[in-house]
Design a protein around this ligand. Structure first.
Ligand code: ADP
Ligand code: MG
Length: 849
């Protein structure tokens, strides 16, 4: 375990103004803010591994801060050196240098090659790459067409930028030329070079591979096979200043926010790492591309140094404080660097490269410069093929992923179909009646449960089997830190200035409040285990299953339609019944009307009879006249009552029961009245001659010889008979009315219930209509989607086949290239042999001469 080496470098002041309030004072490895008269301001004094004052040179910075890291990189340790600070504080000056004072990169490159020259027992192979992170996009500075590159991770290579051009190099000049080219590419299309350079991060990377020379054939073959691979990152970060200060807006502001965000993530990573192993928790490396790339360098398997550059001017005091706080936190980080060795047969390719290198060395001194160039070209070609193959492999991997997504999509479709089927099942009104449909649904459910089981399988984490032929790299435990979070694709959420400022003052930003990605464990992919044939079978099965589901859904739909037709027929029948009942009800409603009419007729007849009878009774004072008038009154009131009640019954049938009761009451009153009149008449003893006539007329027996008492009795009898008939008729009418009223109530109830039923049925029918149309729409949608998915699937399968074909072709081309190299190798060998024999032959000859 070793701490990150942190240094501060003060740029020479560019302002001619003298200090008014405070200045930064450098003393040994301490920097502190002093008041004008020299007293230090408390709380603003910092100590670092090194503090370089304004007069220090890049040579000194390199010597004290970076040299050890570079040398360690040659020995197989990962190394990173990066410059942090506000714009114009001297980061680029430190990393790239000036014409008179070469920067760290330049010195590192030269130093690497110088060191290699000194190591005679190892063979080296060096690759370089140069990238830029601008607005969270990784661009290749060696190749302008390589834009927006993605970060990947593999067992063999660890974290790497896929598609990044790497160049095999064999001398420092070559590297420096490439860097120059990179700088040209970096500013391609830019009108203002400084603006962009201060807003992007640049990473210059050297991959140093080395292998022990096979000098002793009886030596330990495993130590010979072990290849050391170390990565050296030299990073020039973007300006860490606040956005407001640069007056950025529009595009610049967006850039600034991106920078601040990735720098903030860097700050947070450093904060977390500085907390110590126990409190650390999740380290958000994946929240920015910068930290992801630098992951091994930050709290991992790397020797790391940070140079924090500051501007001494008073106006920059706030930024300088922020930089120094950042540096203080970084100082607390510990790394655990160790030599990276690859120990497998898969290092064959690397061995071949080293053999060529060996060959090149053997040819050194002879007249083989052309051959040397050729070899370098061949090696770069090989690397290109390798990178190309890697790119294709990545593409294939992505294809696999998209395949998986398709799988997921199909599953979703299937679920939709299931939902649709469920919907169809729910909409079935006659659930219990149809056994056949029940069984169909049952089978559908079974299918669903099967598919859900299948789905469960698909969602379970695939089992990862390590490829036995893969490289096995001895990495530090840090390189396999489990606390990963997914890498964000876009950086739409950016840190605002306040948060940034808070962070710079030592505030620990809450990442959640910035909506960053949550912690997630790395998922292993079943990449090599899935053969295309197997996945094709899976697709076929999926498609078959989908088809079956669709068929069942269609059958269900037909069944539903049939049910719907039946319901419609039932509805029609019910409608007919209802109309019949309505007619019946109408007839019943007419009964009181008819009754009232017949009552009206009866009343007329009654009045006629009464008027006839009254015409016989001339004397209004006689008892007969009295009887007649009272009878007439009673009759009239009876009929009027009946008429009123019938009219009321016609108007309001619901209150008929109450009316009947009233009628009965009224009848009783009338009956009593009639009885009392008759009794009074019977008791009356004043008969007249006219009375007698009437009596004679009224007497049914017509016997003139009847006595007066007998006549009265006879008349009374007639009257009571008539009364009885009227009563009977009245009772009959009453009964009929009762009955009709009852019928009316029953009919009304039935009518109401039928009406309710009808309404319900109508609603159900509408609902069914709606459901059927919804189901049809969904079905057609699902069918369309399924067809699209199938189409996509076919295209994907075709594309994958093509890709595989391409890979095969590449492999074949690669193999043939290898063969040609081998033959070339053997040719060279034989040429060497020949040369040697010629030399041997010519030497004795010359000696002989
Ligand atoms: P940054 O990369 O941090 O934005 P630069 O490295 O571009 O800043 O520096 C800004 C200016 O200051 C440049 O003109 C550079 O030459 C000059 N400068 C920076 N540091 C030093 C130094 N230590 N000595 C001399 N000049 C320096
Ligand atoms: Mg710069």
């Amino acid at each position: 375990m070793e701490k990150i080496c942190v240094a501060v470098r003060v740029r020479p002041s560019v302002s001619s103004e003298s200090f008014n309030g405070a200045y930064w004072n450098v003393e040994d490895n301490r920097i502190s803010l002093h008041r004008l008269h020299g007293t230090p301001i408390s709380g603003l004094s910092y100590t670092f591994d090194h503090v370089f004052d304004e007069s220090s040179t890049n040579a000194r910075v390199y010597e004290l801060l970076t040299k050890d890291i570079i040398h360690a990189a040659v020995d197989g340790f990962n190394g990173t050196a990066f410059a942090y600070g506000q714009t114009s504080s001297g980061k680029t000056f430190t990393m790239n240098g000036s014409e008179t004072d070469a920067g760290i990169i330049n010195r590192a490159v030269k130093d690497v090659f110088a060191k290699i020259q000194m190591i005679s027992d190892r063979e080296f192979l060096i690759r370089v790459s140069y990238m830029e992170i601008y607005n969270e996009e990784i661009n290749d500075l060696f190749s302008v067409e390589n834009q927006k590159l993605q970060i990947h991770e593999s067992l063999e290579r660890g974290i790497f930028v896929s598609g990044l051009r790497e160049e095999i190099v064999n001398n420092a000049e070559q590297v420096l030329k490439l860097i120059e080219l990179g700088e040209v590419n970096r500013h391609f299309g830019e009108t203002n070079m400084n603006v962009r350079s201060s807003r992007s991060h640049t990473i210059f990377r050297m991959v140093i591979e080395s292998k022990g020379k096979d000098t002793n054939s009886s030596g330990d073959s495993s130590s010979v096979d072990a290849i050391r691979v170390s990565v050296l990152n030299l990073v020039d970060l973007a300006g860490s200043e606040r956005i407001a200060k640069t007056g950025a807006d529009g595009v610049r502001l967006k850039e600034g926010k991106h920078i601040n965000k990735s720098l903030m993530v860097l700050g947070n990573v450093i904060n977390k790492l500085s907390e110590g192993a126990k409190q650390r928790g999740h380290i958000p490396y994946r929240d920015s591309k910068l930290t992801r790339i630098l992951q091994p360098a930050l709290g991992g398997n790397a020797k790391t140094s940070i140079i924090c550059t500051i501007a001494p001017e008073e106006v920059h005091i706030e930024e300088t404080k922020g930089t120094l706080q950042f540096a203080s936190r970084a100082k607390r980080i510990t790394n655990c660097a160790q030599v990276n060795e690859i120990l497998t047969d898969a290092a064959l390719l690397k061995r071949q490269k080293l053999e060529i290198e060996d060959l090149r060395k053997k040819l050194q001194g002879s007249h083989a410069e052309v051959l040397e160039q050729e070899i370098l070209k061949l090696r770069n070609d090989m690397l290109k093929y390798e990178l190309e193959r890697e790119k294709l492999a990545t593409e294939l991997e992505e294809e696999r992923k998209s395949h998986k997504e398709r799988d997921q999509c199909i599953r979703e479709q299937q679920m939709k179909i299931d939902n649709l089927s469920n919907l169809v099942s729910f909409s079935d009104l006659d659930r219990n009646s149809n056994q056949g449909q029940g069984s169909a649904r049952q089978s559908l459910k079974e299918e669903c449960s099967e598919s859900s089981v299948h789905q469960g399988d698909a969602f379970s984490t695939p089992c990862f089997k390590a490829d036995p032929k893969a490289f096995v790299v001895k990495r530090s435990n840090y390189s396999t830190l489990p606390d990963y979070s997914p890498l964000p694709d876009t950086f739409s959420n950016v840190a605002d200035e306040d948060t940034w400022q808070k962070m710079n003052k030592g505030y620990m930003a809450d990442l959640d409040s910035l909506q960053m990605t949550p912690a997630r464990k790395v998922q292993s992919f079943p990449s090599n285990d899935i053969t295309p044939a197997c996945s094709n079978d899976n697709f076929k099965q999926e498609v078959q299953q989908l088809k079956r589901q669709l068929e069942i859904a269609t059958e269900d739909k037909y069944e539903l339609e049939r049910k719907h037709a039946e319901q419609i027929m039932l509805n029609h029948q019910l409608m007919d019944e209802i109309s019949e009942l309505q007619q019946e009800a109408k007839l019943i409603q007419e009964i009181p009307q008819r009754l009232s009419e017949s009552v009206g007729n009866c009343k007329d007849v009654y009045e006629d009879i009464l008027s006839i009878v009254q015409s016989f009774v001339s004397d209004g004072e006689s008892s007969t006249a009295k009887l007649l008038s009272s009878t007439s009154e009673i009759g009239k009131s009876l009929f009027t009552t009946l008429e009123t009640h019938f009219s009321v019954a016609m108007d309001d049938r619901s209150s008929s029961t109450g009316n009947t009761f009233l009628i009965q009451e009224q009848c009783k009153v009338l009956y009593e009245k009639l009885n009392s009149t008759i009794t009074s008449l019977v008791l009356s003893e004043t008969p007249s001659s006219k009375n007698e006539e009437v009596r004679a007329q009224l007497c049914s027996c017509g016997n003139k010889g009847c006595t007066q008492g007998g006549e009265t009795a006879c008349w009374k009898e007639e009257l009571s008979k008539e009364l009885n008939t009227i009563k009977e008729r009245y009772y009959g009418l009453e009964k009929e009315l009762d009955h009709n009223n009852q019928l009316l109530v029953v009919s009304k109830e039935r009518y109401d219930s039928l009406e309710r039923e009808f309404r319900l049925l109508k609603e159900d029918r509408d609902l069914l209509h709606q459901m059927v149309s919804d189901s049809s729409q969904k079905l057609s949608l699902v069918t369309d989607q399924k067809e699209n998915v199938l189409k996509d699937l076919n295209t994907e399968v075709q594309r994958r086949k093509n890709l595989e074909e391409e890979i095969k072709q590449f492999s074949v081309a690669f193999a043939s290239r290898q063969r040609s190299l081998m033959s070339f190798h053997s040719d060279i060998k034989s040429n060497c042999e020949k040369l040697r024999t010629q030399c041997l032959v010519s030497l004795p000859k010359s000696r002989g001469c």
